[in-house]
Design a protein around this ligand. Structure first.
Ligand code: C2E
Ligand code: MG
Ligand code: MG
Length: 720
C-alpha cells in the first residue's frame, strides 16, 4: 500500500516546488506564490526537480514541460515512482494549445495543468484549490487506511445493512493474523455470499426480527444499538453480540463479535456466586432469589408452596469428634441423598416455566448443616409433610464415610405460603422456628409452623394410627338395620353398618372413618372383617329363623378394585357356611362406572359365586339405567334424600315414582332408604315400592335386638 503523502500541518505555510529553466518565469511564479501565502523552492531543470521533490517533499509541484536534461514529463514520472511522490499534486505548465502535451501530462501522472500564457491571478487560486483538494484526498486516504487497519486488527465480522435488512457488504471476522475466519466458521454468519441477501435468510426468524428492530432504532436515534443472540453451531451454543451504528440515513454498519467466552465466564461467575462450593447445590443467596420468584409466581397464580428447613441433629458432635473432613464429606453425602429423595414430581407441574436445567433444584444449603427445600404448587399440606417424612427417613439410613457407618437424624420445620406469611424473610424464619420446635420435641421430627394446622393434621394422623389398631383391639362392631317387605310386612333382610368404638372419641361414624380407611388402604382388611362378621351373623339367623334373612354388606369402590375381592367373598361364605343367595353386596353407581372392563370381570366372578348385587344411594350419582341391565343388579336402593321430603315434596315424589317404575321395567327390586314416617311408608306402598328401610322400621341395632324383631311380625312404631 503506498504511504500516503501526509497533509500539511496546520499553521505551516505550504511549500511549492517551482521547476522551470526560465529564471524570469520562476521569479513570476515566486511572486505569485508569495501573494497567496505559500513558500517556494526552485529547480532549474527536471533532474533537480526530481531530487528536490525527493529531499524536501513539497506540498505541490509546478512543473514546466520543456526543460533541459530531463523534460517535465520524465520528471513527473520519476517523482511519481519515488516513495514519497505518489500523491503529491503536480501541475504541469504546458505551452499554448498543445493538446498532445496535456495528454502526455496526464499520462505521466500529473494532477492538473495550466497553459501559457499564464493568467497569474487565476493561477494563484488554482494552486490553492489543488492544494486543498489534495489535502482532503490525503486525509481521506489516511482515514481509509486507518479504518482498514482497525478492521483488520479486530476479530469482529462487519457488515453494512440497509434499513430493510439487506446486506450491502459483508466481511467475515479475522483471527489474530488477519486471516479470514471464514474457514474456521467462528463467526455468526455462515456464508460469504451474504451480500444482497436479507437478514432473515441467514438468521433464525426471531433473531432477524430483533436485528431489524435495532437497525431501525439505530437509524432513528443515531446511537449505537446492540443485539445479543445465540446460535447453535456444531451442537454447541455460541453467543454473539452485534453492534449497530447508523452510517447514513438508511444504512447501518454492524460489528458482530463472538462473546461465547464472555458468556461462559459470566455463567461461571454466576455459578460461583450461587453455588455452595462444598456440595455444589444452590447456596443461601440462590435460595432467597428462588424463593422470591416462587413467591411472586404463587401470588399471581394463587398457589400454595412450602418451605422445608432441615437441620441435622448432632452434626456438631460429628464434626468435633470425627473431624471437619468427615463433617464435610457427610454434608456432601447428605446433599446428594436429599437430591435423590426429593422426587422431580415434588417440584413439578410448572407448565408456565421453561424446563429446568438438571443442576437446578429447589434444594439449597444455607450454611453449616442447614438445608432448605422449596415445594411449589402445594395442593395439600400433607404433601409437604410427606416430603419431610421421606427426607427424615432418608437421613436415617447410615452414611458410609471412610469405612465408618455414620448415623444421623434430621429435624425439619415447615412454613407455608400463604398461611404462615407472605414474604420470604418471614417464611424462612418461620420454617426455622418450626425446625427448632421439632428439635425440642425430641429431634428426628418434622413440624409445621402453624400450630392449628399441626393439630389438624395430627388429629388426622392420630385417627389413622388409631384405625390401624382398631381391628386388633376389637374396636369395630356391626349394627344391623332391618329391611321390610312392604307387601308381606315381614323383615326379609338387614343391612350391616359398621361402627368404631374409639377409646377417647366415643363412637365414630363410618362417614368419618371409611374415607380415611379408603385413603390408607385399611378398607381392605376392615372390609374383610365386616364381610366375615356379617356372614357369620346371617348364618346364625339362617339357622334360627323360619324364613331366610338376606344380609346386605356395603362395599366401597376401593374394595371393589381389589383383585382378591371374589376370593375374600368366597372364603367368607365358605368359612361361615352361609348360602350365597343370602348375601347381597351394595355398590354405588360410581363404583360400577369407574372402569367398565375390570368391573365387568369382577361382577362376573361375583355372579359366579351366586351372591346378589344392589345399587346403593341411587339417584345421587349418574342415575343411568342403561348399565344396570348390563350388570345384572338385583335391587336398587333409592337414596334417602329423595324419601326425606315425602310426601310434601312433589318433585321428589315424581322422581321416586319414576325410579320405581323404571326399576320394575328392568325387573329389579326397589328398596327405599331413610323411611322415617308412616306417611312415607304409605306413599311408597302406593307407588309399588318393594322394600323399605329406615328409622320408622328400625334404627341400626345390635344383632340381639334384631334377633328379637325377626321372631315377630313387624309392628309400626306407634302401635308397639
Ligand atoms: P348407606 O349404605 O347408605 O347406609 C345407610 C345409612 O343411612 C346408614 O348410616 C344408616 O344409619 C342411615 N339411615 C338408615 N335409616 C335412616 C333414616 O331413616 N334416616 C336417616 N337420617 N338415616 C338413616 P351410617 O350407618 O352412618 O352409614 C353411613 C354410610 O357409611 C353408609 O351409607 C355406607 O355407605 C357406609 N358404610 C357403613 N358401613 C359400611 C361398611 O361396613 N363398609 C363400607 N364400605 N361402607 C360402610
Ligand atoms: Mg348401604
Ligand atoms: Mg344408602
Amino acid at each position: 500500500m503506498p504511504v500516503p503523502h501526509s497533509p500539511r500541518r496546520a499553521n505551516s505555510r505550504g511549500v511549492v516546488l517551482v521547476a522551470d529553466d526560465d529564471p524570469v518565469m520562476r521569479l513570476l511564479m515566486l511572486e505569485m506564490l508569495d501573494g497567496v501565502g505559500l513558500d517556494a523552492i526552485e529547480a532549474e531543470d527536471g533532474e533537480q526537480a526530481v531530487r528536490l521533490a525527493r529531499e524536501r517533499s513539497p506540498d505541490l509541484i509546478l512543473m514546466d514541460v520543456d526543460m533541459p536534461r530531463m523534460d517535465g514529463f520524465a520528471a513527473c514520472r520519476a517523482i511519481r515512482d519515488a516513495a514519497n511522490g505518489a500523491t503529491v499534486p503536480i501541475v504541469m505548465v504546458t505551452g499554448g494549445d498543445d493538446l498532445e502535451a496535456v495528454t502526455n501530462a496526464y499520462e505521466a501522472g500529473a494532477t492538473d495543468f495550466v497553459s501559457k500564457p499564464i493568467n497569474w491571478p487565476l493561477l494563484g487560486h488554482r494552486v490553492l484549490y489543488v492544494l486543498r483538494a489534495s489535502d482532503a484526498i490525503v486525509r481521506l486516504r489516511i482515514a481509509d487506511a486507518q479504518n482498514r487497519a482497525v478492521l483488520a486488527a479486530i476479530p469482529d465480522t462487519f457488515f453494512r445493512m440497509s434499513r430493510e435488512g439487506i446486506y450491502l457488504d459483508y466481511e467475515p471476522g479475522r483471527d489474530g493474523h488477519g486471516r479470514s475466519r471464514r474457514g474456521l466458521q467462528a463467526q455468526a454468519y455462515p456464508a460469504d455470499d451474504c451480500v444482497g441477501k436479507h437478514v432473515a435468510e441467514l438468521l433464525p426468524a426471531d433473531i432477524a426480527e430483533r436485528m431489524l428492530e435495532q437497525v431501525e432504532l439505530a437509524l432513528r436515534v443515531q446511537q449505537v444499538r446492540s443485539v445479543e443472540y445465540e446460535l447453535i453451531r456444531f451442537g454447541e451454543a455460541q453467543h454473539f453480540e452485534a453492534r449497530l451504528v447508523a452510517t447514513g440515513s438508511s444504512e447501518v454498519l454492524g460489528l458482530v463479535r463472538d462473546i461465547s467466552e464472555r458468556k461462559r465466564a459470566e455463567e461461571q461467575i454466576r455459578r460461583l456466586a450461587y453455588c455452595d462450593s462444598l456440595t455444589g447445590i444452590p447456596n443461601r443467596q440462590a435460595f432467597l432469589e428462588m424463593l422470591e420468584r416462587e413467591l411472586q409466581r404463587s401470588k399471581i397464580g394463587n398457589k400454595k408452596f412450602a418451605v422445608l428447613f432441615m437441620d441435622l441433629d448432632a452434626f456438631k458432635r460429628i464434626n468435633d469428634t470425627l473431624g471437619h473432613n468427615v463433617g464435610d464429606q457427610l454434608l456432601q453425602l447428605v446433599s446428594e441423598r436429599l437430591r435423590e429423595t426429593i422426587r422431580p414430581s415434588d417440584l413439578l407441574s410448572r407448565g408456565d416455566m421453561p424446563p429446568r436445567a438438571p443442576e437446578e433444584t429447589n434444594l439449597a444449603r444455607l450454611g453449616g448443616d442447614e438445608f432448605t427445600i422449596l415445594i411449589p404448587d402445594l395442593e395439600r399440606v400433607e404433601h409437604a409433610l410427606n416430603v419431610a417424612h421421606r427426607v427424615k427417613d432418608a437421613m436415617r439410613r447410615p452414611f458410609l464415610i471412610e469405612g465408618n457407618e455414620i448415623f444421623v437424624t434430621a429435624s425439619i420445620g415447615i412454613s407455608l405460603f400463604p398461611e404462615d406469611g407472605d414474604d420470604c424473610t418471614s417464611l424462612l424464619k418461620f420454617a426455622d422456628t418450626a425446625m427448632y420446635h421439632a428439635k425440642n420435641c425430641g429431634k428426628n421430627n418434622a413440624k409445621l409452623y402453624s400450630s392449628s394446622l399441626t393439630m389438624q393434621i395430627m388429629s388426622h394422623v392420630k385417627l389413622e394410627v388409631g384405625l390401624r389398631r382398631a381391628l386388633q383391639n376389637d374396636e369395630l362392631y356391626l349394627l344391623y338395620q332391618p329391611q321390610l317387605d312392604v307387601r308381606s310386612n315381614e323383615i326379609v333382610g338387614v343391612e350391616a353398618l359398621v361402627r368404631w368404638r374409639h377409646a377417647e372419641r366415643g363412637i365414630v361414624s363410618p362417614t368419618e372413618f371409611i374415607p380415611l380407611a379408603e385413603e390408607t388402604g385399611l378398607i381392605v382388611p376392615i372390609g374383610e372383617w365386616v364381610l366375615r362378621t356379617a356372614c357369620d351373623q346371617a348364618r346364625a339367623w339362617q339357622k334360627l329363623s323360619r324364613r331366610p334373612v338376606r344380609m346386605a354388606v356395603n362395599l366401597s369402590a376401593k374394595q371393589f378394585k381389589d383383585e382378591n375381592l371374589s376370593q375374600i367373598v368366597m372364603s367368607a361364605l365358605h368359612d361361615t357356611g352361609l348360602d350365597p343367595r343370602l348375601l347381597e353386596l351394595e355398590l354405588t353407581e360410581g363404583t360400577l362406572m369407574d372402569d367398565a372392563k375390570a368391573t365387568l370381570a369382577t361382577l362376573e366372578q361375583l355372579r359366579g359365586i351366586g351372591v346378589y348385587l344392589s345399587i346403593d344411594d341411587f339417584g345421587t350419582g349418574y342415575s343411568s339405567m342403561n348399565y344396570l341391565k348390563r350388570f345384572d343388579v338385583r335391587a336398587l336402593k333409592i337414596d334417602r334424600s329423595f324419601i326425606s321430603g315425602l310426601p310434601q315434596d312433589s318433585e321428589n315424589a315424581a322422581i321416586t315414582r319414576a325410579i320405581i317404575a323404571m326399576a320394575h321395567g328392568l325387573k329389579m327390586v326397589v328398596v327405599a332408604e331413610g323411611v322415617e314416617t308412616g306417611e312415607q311408608l304409605v306413599m311408597l306402598e302406593k307407588y309399588g315400592c318393594d322394600l323399605v328401610q329406615g328409622f320408622y322400621l328400625g334404627r341400626p341395632a345390635p344383632a340381639e335386638a334384631v334377633t328379637g324383631m325377626l321372631q315377630k311380625l313387624w309392628v309400626p312404631v306407634g302401635v308397639r
